[in-house]
Design a protein around this ligand. Structure first.
Ligand code: PEP
Ligand code: MN
Length: 336
């Protein structure tokens, strides 16, 4: 990192700061101009809160040169990570499509949707059993029974299942029934939960929080990996902006940025980004073209009566059309 001192800063305080950094094991390099004093601080700053330096009155500005994340960093692993989810490889050259309803509503509902999306080429089945709803009066999910429904249908159609975990106390159920544990946007910075996920070997689908930067998102992935679980897949699902037309704004740029900064796979959720079913196809195709490793899409056979997120759910026929186009885009970019 680089520290620029304020003009006319107190020399004794500068000395005190530099010696405290040296005691922490950092090497200091200085550079002086007529009106400035700049110090280069060399060493592993990932465990260091650079903002704490502003407590010294002599400090004008601090700039970090190295990223604060290590295990997720592409600099320590140049090849793409490929995560095995119940026999399906996520990352590398593959395009994975996870599809299913927002919420598990009944065995019959999951069965109808799973059959349809499987026929269209989806390789994993999604469905929420524990729902993070903004209102306590909205549908909260079927809980454990929902996971059991997903598991039985997943087994029938040979599809690994993906479902959202909100509470660490439910982790044993997820270890038993779920192949890929989703951490939703609202829990991306639930650090106690992330620490627990570090202790499991189950793959984690870490969604980006709707008000979080890419760096904060990668730091959350770092929590899981620092705890010992390397099986992390990132999911861009739109961020909150001033735009009102869509539910969120899909940050397509996150895809190539993640590819540059990290070796972890990144998939896109166009459903929660758009909030409207008729935008889902365009966003899906754009995501694949941008280099995403896959998609997670909400599909419902009767979106008009879905318990949650019907407005953004595709009907099986529309999903089928999307799959055909997505495969073409994937093929086209693989040839480039
Ligand atoms: C979901 O996938 O159903 C969901 C609630 O997603 P997010 O956390 O991205 O809002
Ligand atoms: Mn949903």
């Amino acid at each position: 990192m680089i520290i620029k001192m304020k003009t006319g800063a107190n020399e004794a305080q500068i000395k005190q700061l530099l010696s405290s950094l040296e005691k922490k094991g950092f090497e200091i390099h200085s550079s002086f101009g007529e009106t400035y004093q700049v110090y280069g601080v060399v060493g592993d700053t990932s465990k260091f809160d650079i903002r704490s330096l502003y407590a010294y009155e002599c400090v004008g500005s601090v700039v970090r040169i190295q990223e604060p994340f290590k295990k997720v960093n592409r600099k320590i692993k140049s090849e793409d990570s490929v995560i095995d989810v119940g026999g399906i490889a996520v990352g590398g050259k593959n395009m994975v499509v996870i599809a299913g309803p927002c919420s598990v509503e009944s065995l019959e509902q999951v069965e109808i949707i799973a059959k349809a999306v499987k026929e269209s080429g989806a390789t994993m089945l999604r469905g929420g059993a524990y729902k993070p709803r903004t209102s306590p009066y909205s549908y909260q999910g079927m809980g454990l029974e929902g996971l059991q429904i997903l598991k039985s249908v997943g087994d029938k159609y040979n599809m690994p299942i993906v479902s959202e975990l909100m509470d660490k106390d439910d982790l044993p159920h997820f270890e038993k029934y779920v192949d890929l544990i989703q951490i939703g946007a609202r829990n991306m910075q639930n650090f106690a939960l992330l620490k627990e996920l570090g202790k499991t070997t189950k793959p984690i689908l870490l969604k980006r929080g709707f008000s979080n930067t890419i760096e904060e998102w990668l730091m959350s992935a770092e929590y899981i990996m620092a705890g010992g679980n390397d099986n992390v897949i990132l999911c861009e699902r739109g961020i909150r902006t001033f735009e009102q037309y869509t539910r969120n704004t899909l940050d397509i740029s996150a895809v190539p940025i993640i590819k540059k900064l990290s070796h972890l796979p990144v998939i896109v959720d166009p459903s929660h980004a758009a909030g409207k079913w008729d935008l889902v196809e365009s966003l899906s195709l754009a995501s694949i073209a941008a280099g995403a490793d896959g998609l997670i899409i909400e599909v419902h056979h009767e979106p008009e009566v879905a318990f949650s997120d019907g407005a953004q759910s595709l009907k099986p026929k529309t999903f089928d059309a999307l799959m055909k186009k997505a495969l073409k885009i994937k093929e086209a970019i693989s040839d480039l």
